[in-house]
Design a protein around this ligand. Structure first.
Ligand SMILES: [Zn+2]
Length: 129
């Protein structure tokens, strides 16, 4: 079992009607898929790292990465940007847990030291006078 690493989660897909495949020239057989890669620690999603968008032709199975998108595909990607490529909130679970633990630690430390800090301040003022 890996303690940490990168994993990918599918965040969306959409049929690309009206787009012609550059390989087999089939009309309407293209789909766009988006993935979000995230860092995990003990399989707990910690932090999203990278978004990946690819197209796949359902007829010839050619997969294109974003670097090889035609201007038409890039326009389609920009039109559907938010719902397709948004980062899922659950990928911030690890950061949220660590933040809560740190906040609780700071709160408990402040609560524990609060009384003794006041006593030290009073003693310092008495020593000055
Ligand atoms: Zn094709």
């Amino acid at each position: 079992m890996l303690l940490y690493g990168l994993r990918a989660a599918k965040t969306g897909h959409q049929n690309l009607y009206g787009v012609k495949c550059t390989n087999c020239e089939a009309q309407g057989a293209m789909e766009m898929h988006s993935y979000s890669k995230y860092l995990h620690i003990l399989r707990i999603p910690f932090l999203p790292v990278k978004k990946v968008v690819v197209t796949q032709c359902n007829r010839c199975r050619q997969v294109l990465s974003k670097k090889k998108f035609s201007p038409d595909l890039l326009n389609r990607l920009n039109e559907m940007k938010k719902p397709l490529i948004g980062i899922p909130v659950w990928q911030f679970t690890g950061i949220l847990l660590v933040s809560i633990i740190i906040a609780l630690g700071v709160y408990k430390t402040m609560k524990r030291n609060n009384g003794s800090t006041v006593i030290v301040l009073i003693q310092q003022q008495k020593n000055k006078t």
